[in-house]
Ligand binder design. Structure first.
Ligand SMILES: Cc1cc2nc3c(=O)[nH]c(=O)nc-3n(C[C@H](O)[C@H](O)[C@H](O)COP(=O)(O)OP(=O)(O)OC[C@H]3O[C@@H](n4cnc5c(N)ncnc54)[C@H](O)[C@@H]3O)c2cc1C
Ligand SMILES: *[C@@H]1O[C@H](CO)[C@@H](O)[C@H](O)[C@H]1NC(C)=O
Ligand SMILES: *[C@@H]1O[C@H](CO)[C@@H](O)[C@H](O)[C@H]1NC(C)=O
Ligand SMILES: *[C@@H]1O[C@H](CO)[C@@H](O)[C@H](O)[C@H]1NC(C)=O
Ligand SMILES: *[C@@H]1O[C@H](CO)[C@@H](O)[C@H](O)[C@H]1NC(C)=O
Ligand SMILES: *[C@@H]1O[C@H](CO)[C@@H](O)[C@H](O)[C@H]1NC(C)=O
Ligand SMILES: *[C@@H]1O[C@H](CO)[C@@H](O)[C@H](O)[C@H]1NC(C)=O
Ligand SMILES: *[C@@H]1O[C@H](CO)[C@@H](O)[C@H](O)[C@H]1NC(C)=O
Length: 534
């Protein structure tokens, strides 16, 4: 009894100490910020928000993409800074470091695990939503884009300058450029031109000491690491010089659904052999969901086969008839449109005008606001029997909101060496699977049954996907596969468990880069690259 009392007392003391430390460092942090900006014109106070500012909550929530991390129990930042200038970023780094606060950098807020706006130690968000200018140089086929821009804004601005070029970025237009390129970044054109990260010529970066570095100053190791090594590990990338790539005036899309009764199993089985070998001009995805079978009230699986082809319907039709006659495409399934329209079509945006690409806060009503997602890479076709097992998991009652997106690799992705960028999922990868299960915000207090379901599915799939390591996409962040210690002291061995899944052998070079640029491990989170010798 007595010892319990002592323990409680100790707890109270430690707890109040922790509280007062965080309150003090918070005040000192604000003082530190204001002391750095003597001239009114560049004052940082215009972009500093604490819980006392009326717009704090609105700014915090503005880009939270996964409502799983927007509950009454989710830790909130002490301060949000929305920089307008490089000096605002430098000052925030300096003052955070001095006062022992962690920084979380947010560009578009799409991190699957909310790492850009949640931390369980006292923290500051550097929110780059106002740091998003875009400078397109049509003549030289390049653009400078600040990290806080979303991909839709970049597509829109390029399209204003020239309709025959674009950037090979994400499908989803609200994804932030900062996080996208930091993790590689794939989209409609990746089988033709590679990842977003494969198409970057230069960058502006701020390190833990507040130094601003471009490619020449940072050197090739760090320039390599920031294009695929995952956001939040090395510093803050301010902007990127990206390459533009040609697009034709007409592209062709199709999207046809096949249920189990319409041979979805055999078709998906066949697709595994066909899609990775299609010409580079084709983006091919199969989206799996379940639906009510007509009439008798049982559910069935729906496989939606969708493609975007960089060319005309007259070229695509014979190609599909030759390569994938089983799908039974007819001419009426093919629709010609512009590249921008194909993006809007494939992501099922309701509004056909390109202006929707500028809407940063747009939320697709087809997606559930809260979700858990995971990923796999497949290097050997799955047998039909394995697909049957997958269907029985999807047809469980809990899984009505589950979806799988199966995205074909091959093409240009096979030609780029595994070590060219930290992103290693290149030659020999047939496709990537993205597993997703969503729920309504009201269910956020107890999403456990959904979490259990997707974890069980992931265990089942282990037998059929890449092994040693079981590969995963860093930009589909998944803390189930491993996480760092809270104290910032994570061993190489521990981190390499998740590190090898995301980066394979490239993990070692990332650790080397981290040890050089941020040996004190100032920039860190649950899955940041640890420095060596910790
Ligand atoms: C609805 C949806 C659709 C998606 N579609 C695609 C897709 O088509 N293609 C694809 O490849 N991925 C896609 N993703 C995944 C997406 O690429 C990643 O979630 C990506 O990290 C998001 O970038 P962000 O800037 O929006 O996210 P944020 O949450 O802002 O950042 C993600 C990570 O990067 C860090 N970070 C952000 N900005 C910077 C910076 N400037 N400097 C350093 N670190 C930074 C953050 O701290 C965090 O760790 C999608 C995700 C969602 C939720
Ligand atoms: C937030 O409130 C503080 C204190 O009232 C003020 O100094 C600061 O300018 C406010 N921030 C913004 C962005 O209005
Ligand atoms: C800071 O950014 C603002 C807005 O982009 C701009 O008006 C101002 O000139 C910049 N100040 C400096 C010192 O760069
Ligand atoms: C795009 O069109 C412009 C003229 O409108 C032309 O100068 C340029 O070469 C074209 N670029 C590509 C990649 O086709
Ligand atoms: C399904 O495949 C079988 C044989 O493989 C074929 O006879 C049948 O017509 C197909 N059904 C549909 C709906 O395409
Ligand atoms: C499917 O059927 C269930 C039960 O009959 C019903 O609650 C649900 O709304 C239906 N879903 C759709 C998409 O029609
Ligand atoms: C329900 O209908 C589908 C066809 O839509 C059929 O394949 C299935 O066997 C039927 N189920 C039952 C229980 O009758
Ligand atoms: C952006 O989209 C959301 C719907 O997701 C809508 O409520 C909002 O009005 C849109 N904003 C603009 C500026 O169109």
């Amino acid at each position: 009894m007595k010892s319990l009392h002592h323990l409680l007392l100790l707890f109270v003391v430690v707890f109040s100490l922790a509280l007062s430390t965080s309150a003090d460092s918070h005040e000192e942090f604000l003082d530190c910020l204001s002391s750095y900006h003597p001239e009114e014109s560049n004052s940082i106070s215009r972009v500093v928000y604490t819980e006392l500012n009326s717009s704090y909550s609105a700014i915090l929530e503005s880009s939270i993409q996964n409502q799983r991390f927007s509950t009454p129990n989710t830790p909130r930042p002490l301060v949000i800074v929305t920089p307008l200038n490089t000096s605002h970023v430098q000052t925030t780094i300096h003052c955070s470091k001095r006062n022992g606060l962690q920084i979380r950098t947010r560009s578009g807020g799409h991190d699957f695990e909310g790492l850009s706006y949640v931390s369980d130690v006292p923290f500051v968000i550097v929110d780059l939503s106002q740091f998003r200018s875009i400078d397109v140089d049509v003549e030289n086929e390049v653009a400078w884009v600040q990290s806080g821009a979303i991909t839709g804004e970049l597509y829109y601005r390029i399209n204003e300058g020239a309709t025959n070029v674009t950037f090979p970025g994400a499908l989803c237009h609200t994804v932030g450029i900062g996080g996208l390129i930091s993790g590689g970044g794939y989209g409609l054109l990746f089988r033709k031109y590679g990842l977003a990260g494969d198409n970057v010529n230069d960058a502006q970066f701020v390190d833990a000491n507040g130094r601003v570095l471009d490619r020449r100053l940072m050197g090739e190791d760090l320039f390599w690491a920031i294009r695929g090594g995952g956001g939040g590990s090395f510093g803050i990338v301010l902007s990127w010089k990206v390459k533009l790539v040609p697009i034709p005036s007409t592209v062709t899309v199709f999207s046809v659904g096949r249920t189990l009764e319409q041979n979805a199993t055999q078709l998906l089985h066949r697709w595994q052999y066909v899609a990775p070998n299609l010409p580079n001009d084709i983006y091919s995805v199969v989206s799996i969901s379940t639906m009510n079978a007509t009439g008798n009230g049982t559910r069935t699986v729906l496989a939606q086969f969708s493609s975007v082809f960089q060319g005309s319907a007259n070229e695509l039709m014979p190609l599909m008839q030759e390569r994938f006659p089983e799908l039974g495409l007819v001419r009426e399934n093919l629709i010609e449109m512009t590249w921008i329209e194909s993006l809007i079509f494939l992501t099922q945006l309701p509004d056909e005008s390109p202006e929707i690409l500028l809407n940063r806060t747009y939320r697709n009503t087809l997606l559930y606001p809260a979700f858990k997602a995971k990923s796999d890479y497949v290097r050997k076709p799955m047998p039909e029997i394995a697909l049957q097992g997958l269907w029985s998991q999807l047809l469980e009652d809990v899984a009505t909101t589950a979806t799988l997106n199966i995205i074909s690799y091959g093409g240009k992705m096979d030609e780029i060496p595994e070590s060219a960028l930290p992103f290693p999922h290149r030659k020999g990868t047939l496709y990537k699977i993205n597993y997703n299960i969503g729920w309504r915000e009201e269910e956020n207090s107890n999403p456990q049954r959904y979490m259990n379901w997707i974890r069980k599915l992931y265990r089942y799939m282990g037998a059929f996907v890449s092994k040693s390591p079981r590969e995963a996409y860093i930009n589909y962040r998944d803390l189930d596969i491993g996480r760092n210690n809270h104290d910032g002291k994570t061993s190489y061995k521990q981190a390499s468990v998740w590190g090898r899944k995301y980066f394979k052998k490239n993990f070692d070079r990332l650790v080397y880069v981290k040890s050089k640029i941020d040996p004190q491990n100032f920039f860190r989170h649950e899955q940041s690259i640890p420095p060596r010798f910790h």
